[in-house]
Design a binder for this molecule. Sequence first.
Ligand SMILES: [Zn+2]
Length: 67
Amino acid sequence: MAYFAARDVETTLPCPACQQRLHIARTCHEAYMYCPACSGRYALRDFVARADEAMEEFLENLYVNRI
Ligand SMILES: [Zn+2]
């Protein structure tokens, strides 16, 4: 799993349920936000509008990998 670190990044966006920091992660097929504290999982589109630096960098890599 050489690319494991790039598949899961902590963002500064708060979890809607518990206010802990959300992580952004991806599988082969999709990217999503999740909360390690309460196990909440959220659609990426709900957070893209207020993406922070960590999230934008993650998404840039995601798009590059799809080319
Ligand atoms: Zn949470």
